[in-house]
Design a protein. Structure first.
Length: 580
């Protein structure tokens, strides 16, 4: 077992005095307790103190305020409209119908803006108020779910792709994703103590042995993909497991390491990076391997400069060879060489799919993952007498899974009756488009994303159609800031917010999520972005080779330069045709 050979000591080369403030806070938090419990009962404010907002992230909770109301409330000398975003932990995104109905109920009761499916296939509730937070967390527990480590410097929600070709392999991989999540979550009793009111005794060093008192230097993300579908963007994960099958059984996983999207536009030494192959591991050992890699990041990650703390930077600093040596020491043997596989796309399946055991799965398109108003009611109505299960996708859609063949027709009628049937056949382009939450809740947003996506998508579809490209999927992703929550740097077209209605335009990502895009123009309005895109779409329509994707065309014609898995920021200087 990898866990037996782990060196649990933090890298002592980083002097405590120099550690960034988050590190000091974690160290004195008594395993994530801080003063959260006291802050919750302070009725003089709807906020919690600054330190506790950071610690609450480990519990899956973010303090936010409604940014649409900020200046008005400031003028009226009112405190910001503080509220909390609660992010659930749903490894692999699978929910039972009763869990769905439970979430639906508690979203109506505790939150505003319904349910939000995220790009890591979980649910977020926005707008929960402080006096009701504890009751909300208990209601989540009562439906068999939790929010532990959904945010914070720990292993985040473990994601798992979806592939109907082999149902047994799908089940096995999904189960390993759940096991990995279970193995990597913090063990601290703080969560049960604060939210459930349990009497848990603070156990000092033994409370969270795999993490230690300062947890990880930064968030850590693990995902499982099932080729030929790269729906989870496995190269964007800190650790990605790519299922390798032999016939109808799972042989194991190729392991890729060091992916990540977030960057700061103000720092040249911050960059998105694609994960690189590290080797192959037998299926049942994947969770332990994820833990072994996580402990390398725990011990070697940068705890002084938080902006360089993600595992991708640790890996670049150590070098792949040294990382593999370290891993061999902790793992007890080298990983086997990676095996052959192919990815063909990275979106969700459209409409109805039948799996290898005959069960049907219906993908419902959920624009930007937001489920509220009439849609929330329609889904509630459907799920009330649905015999299958629900699967959230990393493209923010909802799959009605496990429909028995003899119930398919009835399910289709019911979808039709409830006004949901059109969601089975969304436009091709919407299947390949993604945006992050951004305004009004995200405190880091500099521009709109979710709220402008419907108009932007329509405009892009019109543009494509005017060049006869309506049947060609192009991955399009929009985020409200450079953090990249909709993984924009892997898209063929990425727009990342810089200021109200100003975006950086990135072009040339790989359609299968295998290549980063390049900065093509900075600080452009949406109108200007279309002025730049239209001539490129026209050239693509005229000069496209059979089956060629937009991103590949831009590379072939040297409109942008290819960067593969590389991470060298010097190589990110684009070959610009035009600057704005
Ligand atoms: Fe994210 C921070 C929303 C997936 C990179 N992300 C945030 C926060 C919590 C803002 C904050 O720190 O105050 C956003 C909350 C907005 C809101 O109002 O709900 C936020 N991130 C989201 C979600 C909800 C986007 C969505 O529209 O679905 C996704 C929730 C995932 C989940 O269920 O766990 C989400 N975030 C991602 C992804 C995609 C992924 O993981 O596959 C990324 C890029 C991959 C990566 O991590 O490199 C991502 N989020 C970030 C970053 C940049 C991290 C970095 O390395 O620099 C931040 C900022 C930070 O951590 O400092 C961030
Ligand atoms: Fe917020 Fe930026 Fe993430 Fe969008 S990309 S949700 S604006 S942090």
């Amino acid at each position: 077992m990898a866990g037996d050979t782990l060196d649990r000591s933090r890298d002592r080369s980083q002097p405590v005095a120099k550690l960034c403030s988050n590190e000091q806070l974690k160290a004195r938090s008594r395993f994530l307790r801080g003063d959260i419990a006291q802050g919750l009962i302070d009725s003089s404010t709807r906020a919690v103190p600054g330190d506790d907002t950071l610690l609450m992230k480990f519990h899956g909770i973010y303090m936010q305020d409604d940014r649409d109301q900020r200046s008005d409330r400031q003028r009226r000398k009112l405190e910001p409209n503080y509220q909390f975003m609660v992010r659930l932990r749903i490894p692999g995104g699978v929910l039972s119908t009763s869990q769905w109905l439970g979430l639906d109920k508690l979203a109506r009761h505790f939150a505003e803006r319904g349910l939000r499916i995220t790009t890591r296939q979980t649910i977020q509730l926005h707008g929960v108020r402080k006096p009701r937070l504890r009751a909300c967390m208990q209601a989540i527990r009562d439906i068999g779910l939790d929010t532990i480590a959904a945010c914070g410097d720990d292993s985040r929600g473990v994601i798992c792709g979806f592939n109907v070709q082999s149902a047994p392999v799908q089940r096995q991989v999904a189960s390993l994703a759940r096991q990995t999540s279970q193995l990597l979550i913090p063990r601290t009793g703080a969560y049960r103590e604060i939210w459930y009111g349990e009497d848990v005794v603070y156990k000092n060093q033994l409370e969270d042995p795999d993490y230690g008192e300062t947890y990880l230097p930064r968030k850590f993300k693990v995902g499982f993909a099932l080729p030929p579908v790269n729906d989870i963007d496995v190269y964007g994960q800190d650790v990605g497991f790519i299922a390798i099958t032999e016939g109808d059984s799972l042989a194991g996983f190729n392991v890729v390491v060091g992916g990540g999207m977030g960057q700061l536009d103000t720092r040249d030494d911050s960059y998105p990076r694609l994960a690189e192959p590290a080797g192959f591991v037998a299926a049942e050992r994947a969770p332990a391997l994820a833990l072994a890699i996580m402990t390398i990041q725990r011990d070697y990650g940068d705890r002084v400069d938080r902006h360089r703390a993600r595992f991708k930077y640790t890996l670049d600093r150590l070098g792949m060879d040294s990382f593999l040596e370290l891993l061999t020491q902790r793992w007890g043997e080298p990983l086997q060489p990676p095996r052959a596989f192919t990815f063909t796309h990275n979106g969700d399946p459209q409409g109805l799919q039948q799996d290898s055991e005959g069960l049907w799965h219906a993908t419902l398109e959920i624009a930007n993952g937001r489920i509220q108003g009439a849609l929330q009611d329609q889904l509630q109505g459907f799920v009330q007498s649905f015999a299958g299960y629900l699967r959230l996708t990393t493209n923010q859609n909802l799959i009605l899974g496990g429909i028995e063949p003899d119930l398919l027709e009835t399910s289709q009628w019911r979808l039709d009756d409830l006004g949901l049937a059109a969601r089975l056949s969304p436009s091709l382009q919407s299947t390949y488009s993604l945006s992050c939450v951004a305004l009004p809740t995200c405190g880091l947003a500099m521009a709109e994303a979710e709220r402008i996506m419907p108009q932007l998508l329509q405009r892009f579809e019109d543009s494509k159609a005017s060049f006869g490209l309506q049947d060609i999927p192009i991955t399009l992703r929009v985020t409200g800031c450079p953090n990249g929550c909709a993984r924009p740097y892997i898209a063929e077209i990425g727009l990342t917010g810089r200021a109200p209605n100003l975006y950086n335009l990135y072009l040339g990502g790989g359609f299968h999520g295998e290549r980063l895009n390049q900065l093509y123009a900075s600080n452009v309005s949406i109108d200007r972005a279309f002025e730049l895109l239209d001539p490129l779409l026209a050239r693509f329509a005229a000069g496209r080779q059979a089956g060629e994707h937009f991103g590949d065309y831009l590379i072939r014609c040297r409109i942008v330069q290819a960067i593969a898995h590389g991470s060298d920021p010097q190589r990110m200087i684009p070959v610009l045709e035009e600057h704005s």
